[in-house]
Design a protein around this ligand. Structure first.
Ligand code: ZN
Length: 358
């Protein structure tokens, strides 16, 4: 581990426990840094830096959700981990995403808004941001709604054959305008990023953009660059998002809405991580890894230890720079660095010792 790597110091008991495991399974303990083997015990789990208060969202109600207007008829709802948004109209409700953790609270939130206004509470149109079950796994609760998604969304959901995630009735390739009762959402596709079917949903009149699993307002991205299937596409999605006009971002995760400053800060984090991963790939000396494992013929041990060393080296300065500015910089930056360096290797031909030699 490089000297500049920042990690919250482990309590002494945790350290001793690590030491005991390290003695028994030296490679595994040294590489993961954490001992999470079952049965887990809360008092031996690691500590992390406090979450900045500005990264947290509003308090939830007794049922476990928060719903509020974004601008006029456009609303958002969160349970602190997941988010959806909906537009109320005189003809019915347009809902974007149906996370299963929100589940039946989605209809309750819609009822909270529509009943006092005397508007219909039925979801007539349900837009899928992408196919992942954690964002649309409650889609099946909205029987009778017209489901809308990208063409790839239909293919993925037909393959999944999941009754909780019916395939969309209406699909599009590049863009689609959905107009209901005088309200309007614009759907745009810019190629694969986090998922092959992930789309950008604009509410132009409300100057709001919803794009899920790209920007995490106030937080570093979820592990391994949001477990993105196309990392170059995911990196580019930051530019695409910022290229649209909006003031409010619905990111699909965590407890609060986003601003353009949030998107710009995450773009900067990602850029810094890419630069740091590139220099770590070029700078970490592979000799010890080959010297140790080469003679045993264990190629995977060479790769694992070398790549983890590069990830730790890459993450160090980025964690230090963003700790206190983005929540959980000390939780996911090593994993994000690991995903970044794999993308640099296979998508951008930055292969370090595994490239073409002179
Ligand atoms: Zn996803």
């Amino acid at each position: 581990m490089p000297a500049d790597f920042v990690r919250t110091p482990a309590p002494r008991r945790t350290f001793l426990r690590h030491a005991a495991v390290a003695a028994a399974v030296p490679a595994a303990a040294a590489l993961t840094g954490l001992d999470l083997a079952s049965p887990a015990r809360a008092d031996t789990l690691p500590d992390f830096a406090p979450v900045p208060p500005s990264s947290l969202g509003p308090a939830l109600n007794a049922a476990g959700y928060y719903v509020a207007p974004i601008a006029d008829a456009l609303h958002w709802v969160t349970d602190g981990s997941y988010q959806a948004m909906f537009l109320t109209t005189r003809e019915g409700v347009m809902l974007v995403d149906a996370p299963p953790t929100l589940g039946h609270n989605l209809q309750r939130a819609i009822d909270d808004v529509t009943r006092p206004a005397g508007l219909p509470n039925r979801v007539t149109h349900l837009i899928h941001s992408h196919s992942h079950a954690d964002h649309i796994g409650a889609s099946g609760l909205f029987g009778g709604a017209e489901r809308i998604g990208h063409a790839e969304n239909r293919w993925l959901l037909r393959r999944a054959a999941d009754p909780l995630r019916p395939a969309p009735d209406t699909v599009f390739e590049d863009h689609l305008v959905v107009e209901v009762g005088g309200e309007r959402l614009e759907l745009h596709y810019h190629g694969p990023n986090h998922a092959p079917d992930n789309i950008f949903v604009r509410a132009p009149r409300q100057r709001t953009l919803m794009v899920v699993d790209v920007v995490y307002p106030g937080w570093v991205p979820f592990t391994r660059l949001a477990v993105s299937q196309d990392v170059p596409g995911w990196i580019r999605a930051h530019d695409v998002a910022l290229g649209y006009r909006w003031n409010t971002l619905v990111g699909g995760h965590l407890g609060r809405l986003g601003t353009r400053a949030d998107a710009e800060l995450q773009r900067q984090y990602v850029g810094d991580l890419r630069d740091s991963a590139k220099s770590a790939l070029e700078g970490v000396d592979p000799t010890p890894f080959f010297a140790k494992y080469g003679p045993t013929g264990n190629s995977w041990a060479v790769f694992r230890t070398y790549l983890e060393a590069v990830a730790e080296r890459a993450a160090g300065p980025v964690t230090a720079k963003y700790l206190g500015r983005l929540a959980a910089a000390d939780v996911f930056t090593v994993d994000n660095a690991a995903a970044m360096l794999e993308s640099l290797r296979i998508d951008s031909d930055v292969l370090g010792p595994f490239g073409v030699h002179a």
